[in-house]
Ligand binder design. Structure first.
Ligand code: CP
Length: 317
């Protein structure tokens, strides 16, 4: 695997899920694979889970790890070609990428949508430059439009907790105080659309996601209660508008979309999921996230597993 952004990059999902279980059985079985190899993790944005779980996964594989917080100590990076660099950006990404690549064997990049230019965000302009100019395997640690390590961990979790061969999985928009990217819902929809589940997506009007990611959904509705009816898994997430002319904007703050105990009562004793970090009593009530049906902690723990499968594949290449 040379790059990891989309579900197609991982191939057969049943094979990937089997590899995840192999890693869980013995996460130190491939310590030799990463010996004397280095993972470079580059963060243009903050992280808790991705940073720790991916570092732990690389350590499980015997790798050395370098973490670069671009905003804390690195030169401010210019990302546009043709710019007269007389401002606050001292180094161009086109030099920085091959330099960074010379110190490592595998690269992870976190670079969120900037909401300045939809075309730049949806062409994955930053991480695509790493793929093109580094000469090293590159994986997304949440880039502008996708968060595949999260979606893979979510799928591992659903596989572990499902009580039916083909569970009903609901991705529902929930309210938030800030404009958030579409990366998590895009990837969740894409991965669930490819998995053996019935995916239903619920959101208020104006929050339609890119069809490229949602085409595998059985139903997309503006009726959250309809979506939750009989659900086995409820995946709550806020996202900002994708469609023009409202790209990156907040269109609704409707608190009726928050996941409450009453909403969960519509499900088939369904599990609650969220990628974290989550703003309590905006997205979900304390009661639901603290309930026995909340999977947020095992879901986060599976981030180590999804990262390890991906890095392992890159090292095997
Ligand atoms: N879910 C997730 O990616 O968490 P972090 O932003 O803390 O890495």
């Amino acid at each position: 695997m040379k790059s990891f952004l989309n579900v197609d990059d991982i191939g057969d999902l049943s094979v990937a899920l089997a590899e995840a279980q192999e890693v869980k059985r013995d996460r130190f079985a491939n310590q030799q694979l990463g010996k004397n190899k280095t993972l470079l993790m580059i963060f243009f944005n903050s992280s808790l889970r991705t940073r720790l779980s991916t570092q732990k996964a690389a350590m499980n594989l015997g790798m050395n790890v370098i973490v670069l917080d671009v905003k804390q100590g690195a030169w401010n990076l210019e990302t546009e070609r043709g710019v007269v660099m007389d401002g606050d950006k001292a180094e161009h990404l086109l030099e920085a990428i091959p330099v960074m690549a010379s110190y490592c064997d595998v690269i992870g990049v976190r670079s969120f949508a900037k909401f300045e230019n939809k075309e730049d965000d949806y062409s994955e302009k930053i991480i695509r430059q790493f793929i093109e100019y580094s000469g090293k395997p590159v994986f997304s640690m949440e880039s502008a439009t996708v968060h595949p390590l999260q979606a893979f961990a979510d799928l591992i979790t659903i596989e572990e907790y499902k009580r039916k061969e083909r569970p009903k999985v609901v991705l529902t928009w929930a309210p938030h105080c800030r404009a958030l990217p579409q990366a998590v819902p895009n990837s969740f929809a894409q991965w669930m659309g490819a998995a053996d589940v019935d995916l239903v997506i619920a959101h208020p009007e104006g929050y339609e996601l890119d069809e490229k990611f949602t085409k595998g959904a059985a139903l997309i509705t503006h009726d959250q209660n309809l979506a939750l009816d009989g659900a086995d898994f409820v995946y709550a997430k806020n996202w900002s508008a994708y469609s023009d002319p409202n790209y990156g904007k907040i269109l609704s703050r409707d608190m009726d979309w928050m996941i409450t105990a009453d909403k969960m009562a519509l499900t088939d004793n369904g599990y609650f999921m969220h990628c974290l970090p989550v703003r309590r009593n905006l997205i979900v009530t304390d009661e639901v996230i603290e309930s026995p049906n909340s999977l947020v902690i095992p879901e986060a723990a599976n981030r180590e597993i999804s990262a390890q499968v991906v890095i392992q594949r890159m090292l095997e290449n």
